[in-house]
Write a protein that binds this ligand. Structure first.
Ligand SMILES: Nc1ncnc2c1ncn2[C@@H]1O[C@H](COP(=O)(O)OP(=O)(O)O)[C@@H](O)[C@H]1O
Ligand SMILES: [Mg+2]
Length: 276
């Protein structure tokens, strides 16, 4: 199992005493699987994903276990955690600007991990990155290497972050709302790339989103979180068809979709342009 979270509970200290953020969370991701994690803001999605890299809040106390490729990251020694962060698992965050150094050129920032941590020669690291820039649909990759973050749009910067994360060839990708800010076309390109990597390399993806429709369309399985707990687990295809939990149903009902009863009228509408 690539990622296995078993009964993870997590509390942080506050002035009013410990505050429970995760309560008995269990989930898993196999190689080659794309697993969705959905839920409202504040439900504990990011905290869960970060635990895979042993990135828990300051002073947090945890029970349960989090293993990545068999390594229990919450209880092993720091050297092993570094190994996991180095190559096994990579995380892409929602806001790329907060994760990139604003005064360094894109080429230097994005190859840093490959060069410093993996000891890949700079020329090779750059070549690998250029290929990935093309794959995530970034125009003029050569020029991009010399640019600074402020010269790029948020969408471009996010694609840079995705390329940089993939450049170390992780087995597990933790994508925390990382395509949310992209326009629809770019998002589709990036998701297609991730699907290909999962087929070709067996990449496992934990795909965090607040977009239930996207999770249903894109993920093999979807976990639904609420108030720090996993309240439902469904095959992606079943979320809208057969939501088992009341809460999932309420999320599904709150998700805007194309009208389902339109097919009969639609061909005519399209033919006459009446839908415009
Ligand atoms: N370091 C922290 N200290 C205190 N509370 C935190 C910390 N990190 C997250 N929380 C709280 O834990 C809850 C879950 O947060 P988070 O995992 O970021 O949710 P989500 O990603 O689903 O929006 C939120 O109420 C948040 O305020
Ligand atoms: Mg979050």
């Amino acid at each position: 199992m690539l990622l296995n979270i078993e009964g993870l509970s997590l509390a942080v200290p506050t002035d009013q005493g410990p505050r429970q953020i995760l309560d008995d969370v269990s989930l898993h991701v196999r190689s080659g699987e794309t697993v969705g994690l959905v839920g409202e803001s504040g439900s504990g999605k990011s905290t869960t994903a970060r635990s895979a890299l042993a990135l828990t809040p300051d002073g947090a106390s945890t029970t349960g276990s989090v293993t990545v490729d068999g390594v229990d990251v919450l209880s092993c020694d720091p050297g092993k955690v570094r190994e996991v962060r180095k190559g096994k698992a990579a995380m892409i965050f929602q806001d790329p600007r907060s994760a990139i150094n604003p005064v360094r050129r894109i080429g230097d920032s994005a190859t840093e991990r490959l060069v410093r941590v993996h000891g890949v020669p700079r020329a090779e690291a750059t070549a690998r990155l250029l290929a990935l820039f093309e794959e995530v649909g970034l125009p003029d990759p050569q020029r991009l290497l010399r640019q600074y973050p402020h010269q790029l749009s948020g969408g471009m910067l996010q694609r840079v972050a995705i390329a940089a994360a993939l450049s170390v060839d992780p087995s597990l990708l933790l994508a925390d709302e990382s395509t949310s800010a992209l326009d629809v076309t770019t998002q589709a390109e990036v998701l297609a790339l991730l699907q290909r990597l999962r087929r070709e390399r067996g990449l496992g993806v934990l795909f965090i989103t607040h977009d239930l429709l996207l999770a249903a369309a894109y993920c093999d399985r979807v976990y639904v979180m609420r108030d720090g707990r996993v309240v439902d687990e469904q095959p992606g295809a079943s979320i809208f068809v057969d939501p088992a939990e009341e809460y999932t149903r309420s999320l599904a009902e709150a998700t805007p979709r194309l009208p389902e009863r339109a097919p009969r009228e639609r061909p005519e509408e399209l033919a006459t342009g009446a839908s415009k």
